[in-house]
Design a protein around this ligand. Structure first.
Ligand code: TMP
Ligand code: ASP
Length: 236
């Protein structure tokens, strides 16, 4: 499978067309941004880690019944995925208080919830990805009622499975963001990535942060944290 023209360049990935109208190639970059692109930097090696980690997890989720866009890993940084139209919702699931949840509700980070929470934000950089609920998403015609129900169901399935995968490698899954897409034949599938860019991952014993918060909060050691997650997940 060969790349033809570039279709899109986002903050962390580029997307290329292929000879097959139903398939595209994503190429992961080392570029890191935070706060809606205000903070910019590089996490060397991140592109390859996020690509390989996403593919590892998507394969395992697919095997457990979550449909995904994953088709084939081409190289360290490049993967063939189904062409989808992205549902413009960021779907965030949380197991432990952190980040914007802790800030918004004035609570400390690290409170373990009895049940996971889910929230949506409207994927729109100009508006700063505002929080919305499913009624707002319906009013804005971002998805149908059935699609929103399916997205919630898959998001909680992903949480249960991912929490288990992370526990096996001594990591607490604090929270994460998912994106879903719609294929040409109207199927809702998990898309985008699952990586230390899009998850909060804390070492279960030391509670050390093994994710992009090291970059967002200038903690240092982002490269080493990404490598550590990769090593635990894939043994390298
Ligand atoms: P938040 O606490 O800042 O709302 O982030 C919740 C989760 O979503 C966290 O794991 C990081 C991830 N996330 C993204 O993947 N992209 C984003 O643009 C933001 C703001 C958060
Ligand atoms: N990737 C997002 C941005 O650049 C934010 C984040 O992950 O914190 O704004």
């Amino acid at each position: 499978m060969e790349k033809t023209t570039q279709l899109y360049e986002g903050k962390a990935k580029k997307v290329y067309a292929t000879e097959d109208p139903n398939l595209v190639i994503v190429s992961y970059k080392d570029d890191a941004t935070a706060f809606n692109g205000l903070k910019k930097g590089t996490i060397t090696g991140k592109g390859a880690i996020n690509n390989r980690m996403t593919n590892n997890l998507m394969r395992r989720l697919e095997a457990k019944g979550v449909p995904t866009h994953f088709v084939e890993e081409l190289s360290d940084r490049e993967t063939v995925v189904k062409k989808v139209s992205i549902v413009p919702l960021e779907v965030i699931v949380r197991n432990i208080s952190a980040g914007s949840f802790a800030k918004r509700y004035g609570v400390e980070e690290g409170i373990v919830f009895d049940e996971p929470t889910i929230e949506f934000s409207y994927k729109n950089d100009d508006l700063g990805d505002p929080l919305l609920n499913s009624y707002h998403a319906l009013a804005l015609k971002l998805a149908t009622r059935e699609e929103i129900e399916l997205i919630k169901k898959y998001a909680f399935m992903v949480n249960d499975l991912l929490k288990g995968f992370m526990k096996e490698i001594g990591i607490d899954l604090v929270d994460f963001k998912l994106e879903f897409g719609k294929t040409a034949d109207g199927q809702i599938v998990l898309a985008d990535e699952i990586s230390p860019d899009t998850c909060r991952l804390w070492d279960e014993k030391t509670h050390e942060k093994l994710d992009k918060d090291r970059f967002r909060r200038d903690l240092g050691g982002a490269e080493e944290a990404y490598e550590e997650v990769m090593r635990r997940l894939m043994g390298e």
